[in-house]
Design a protein around this ligand. Sequence first.
Ligand SMILES: Nc1ncnc2c1ncn2[C@@H]1O[C@H](COP(=O)(O)OP(=O)(O)OP(=O)(O)O)[C@@H](O)[C@H]1O
Length: 160
Amino acid sequence: MFQQSKLLKSFSYAVEGMTHALTTQRNMRIHFVVALCAMILSLLLDLSKLEIVLVFFSIILVVAAELFNTAIEAVVDLVTHDYHPLAKIAKDMAAAAVLLTAVHAVIVGFFVFFDKLFPPKFRNLQDTGEMAIYVAFIPLGILVLLLISWRAYARTKKQG
Ligand SMILES: Nc1ncnc2c1ncn2[C@@H]1O[C@H](COP(=O)(O)OP(=O)(O)OP(=O)(O)O)[C@@H](O)[C@H]1O
């Protein structure tokens, strides 16, 4: 009985945290609306088990990252409201983590929903053209990684 009420309490704290994030964070509200649309689309379209798991995994990843981001922002603001380079690093990194999960979700959404919303027969693309759309993500990913690496390298050189 005692254990059960402890468990219920932990659950209610978690719901409280989620509610707080939803009330205070505009980005969280956007994530919720997009997640709702993705779930409704998943219901309407004929998705495989793996596709459903991927969609849910992506949603949970983004929401969890946003919760961590909000938690980090709260802790940083608790420590200081003055400008501090470490506060900036903490907040920027937390924001970067959310961005990464959001990019991942967009890629998963594209791979899962695109063909179902726009079946290949309604598009004027040959097989090679079809593949090119999907494969385009790879050079794009490589380009982004190289750009960030180059930026980091340039900064290290500048700092001596
Ligand atoms: N105390 C601080 N010291 C240095 N830079 C800060 C500080 N607080 C915020 N920043 C900078 O301002 C940016 C925005 O911080 P802020 O706390 O306003 O987050 P936010 O815009 O509300 O983020 P989110 O949209 O995720 O809620 C941070 O990413 C960071 O670069």
